[in-house]
Design a binder for this molecule. Structure first.
Ligand code: SAM
Length: 200
């Protein structure tokens, strides 16, 4: 990952969403992107240039665009029509983004479009976040990674953030992931934890 005097950046062809530029580099804001927040809090979670990424919850492609600056290719899944339009515009300018308009709870519908992923990145803010990650285990290479951005309030508002976190880790473990570490994303994103796993 590239940082310029402590500021995370990525190197792409021009700006995508009016982000700040530092010379030719695009500033990757931790308040707008959970993956950037994770980097500020844990410098070990880096992206590799040869990696294939399966990205669930692409939204309008802001974080996707930064990820695409670093890796070989990004398969970006989004099911909401409006953000999908923006994502398509981003993908038009970056040849290593494959936009997929689909519901991530039904991976069987787009399985044929995918290649095995080195990294499954998930940011869907849905009740069944662990279940969605487990359904995508077959698309992750053996020993590949999962970074799940857990929004605890989307899972169950009656439970504490810690309880939701513990339940999620249990479900991921039972589903075939080894939880390696977790990082709460405060102060950048409240009630969000990044759970970093490996496929067993
Ligand atoms: N990752 C984005 C970023 O950093 O720019 C933000 C993602 S936003 C928190 C969550 C996104 O997940 C929304 O755009 C939503 O439409 C999408 N989403 C939620 N459930 C989904 C599902 N089942 N399938 C596909 N996309 C989903």
């Amino acid at each position: 990952m590239i940082d310029i005097k402590g500021t995370l950046v990525s190197e792409g062809q021009g700006g995508v969403y009016n982000e700040r530029m530092l010379g030719n580099f695009r500033v990757w804001d931790p308040y707008r992107s959970k993956l950037a927040a994770l980097w500020y809090l844990d410098k070990m979670t880096a992206l590799g240039k040869d990696e294939v990424v399966l990205y669930l919850g692409a939204a309008n492609g802001t974080t996707v665009s930064h990820v695409a600056d670093y890796v070989e290719s990004v398969y970006a899944v989004e099911f909401a029509p409006r953000p999908m339009e923006d994502l398509l515009a981003v993908a038009k300018k970056r040849k290593n983004i494959v936009p997929i308009y689909a519901d991530a709870t039904r991976p069987v519908r787009y399985a044929a479009l995918l290649e095995p992923a080195d990294l499954l990145y998930q940011d869907v803010a849905q009740p069944d976040q662990a279940g969605i990650a487990v359904k995508h285990l077959p698309f992750v290479k053996s020993g590949g990674r999962l970074i799940l951005m857990l929004k605890t309030r989307s899972v169950d508002i009656r439970k504490s953030a810690d309880e939701v976190f513990a339940d999620t880790c249990e479900e991921l473990t039972a589903g075939g992931y080894l939880v390696e570490k977790s990082v709460w994303l405060d102060p950048y994103h409240k009630d969000h934890a990044a759970i970093v796993c490996r496929k067993r």
